[in-house]
Design a protein around this ligand. Structure first.
Ligand SMILES: [Zn+2]
Ligand SMILES: [Zn+2]
Length: 242
């Protein structure tokens, strides 16, 4: 495994990058085990423990990534990427979950401050307003530089329109933990593989899935996604390792 920040090789079992200090926790790729606090790994689980990025909320906000942490005084519920925490409650206020900067590779974490993130909320990259015709070109230019999105191991769901607007996307790395894809990729191919409406090039998208072909058969996906695979707009790679 390479550090997502500085690309240095992470020594096995080490949870902090020696070179840049980025924090990781070990997570099992087969069960929900996270090597922190009092959790015990299931005795018979053969799953490999891999380091996953464990940023603080501040670190994420500095990268333009918001977390949605619905909570009451005594309890934090499932955390999703998207939306933002505000004082004692939470709100969306029509803000996208991701506000940039528009870098070539965006890594979406499966942990925040030692807590697991369950999924990617609907419209994570854009709000509906970003795609009204009047601002479309501006949104398009903001999103086009993003060529690769890496979803960290542990994320289980991607909501409706989760990657909506990522019009320059070439590679999407999906974790073995993914169970439910509600996003159908339809907006990425308005002209098939012909250039985008404003003339920008559109090639096929490669989905690099970390599970096997058999694992993929158990992931709930929209019918449209399968259609796009058949048409060659989306290429699926299994057992992906980096
Ligand atoms: Zn590093
Ligand atoms: Zn396990």
């Amino acid at each position: 495994m390479k550090c997502i920040k500085c690309s240095a090789e992470l020594p096995e079992g080490n949870i902090t990058c020696d070179k840049c200090g980025t924090s990781y926790v070990l997570r099992c790729i087969d069960c929900n085990y996270i090597a922190i606090a009092d959790m015990e790994h299931r005795p018979h689980c053969q799953g490999q423990l891999i380091p996953v990025w464990n940023p603080s909320e501040e670190e994420l906000l500095a990268l333009g990534i918001r977390c949605f942490m619905p909570f009451t005084d005594d309890r934090i519920y499932d955390i999703y990427l998207g939306g933002n925490r505000n004082g004692g409650g939470y709100d969306f206020r029509n803000k996208p979950g991701y506000t940039g900067p528009s870098v070539e590779t965006v890594v979406l974490p499966s942990m925040v401050a030692g807590m697991p993130i369950v999924g990617i909320w609907n419209n994570f990259f854009c709000t509906g307003e970003d795609f009204t015709p009047e601002v479309y070109d501006k949104t398009f230019e903001r999103m086009y530089p993003i060529k690769e999105i890496v979803v960290s191991e542990g994320i289980r769901e991607a909501g409706i329109h989760a990657f909506f607007g990522c019009c320059g996307l070439e590679t999407l790395v999906l974790p073995k933990s993914m169970k439910k894809m509600m996003y159908d990729f339809y907006d990425l191919f308005p002209n098939g593989l012909n250039p985008y409406p404003n003339g920008r090039a559109r090639g096929p998208l490669t989905i690099c899935y970390r599970g096997s072909e058999q694992d993929w058969a158990n992931v709930a996906v929209p019918t449209l996604l399968n259609d796009m695979v058949k048409k060659g707009y989306i290429k699926l790679k299994f057992d992906y390792m980096d």
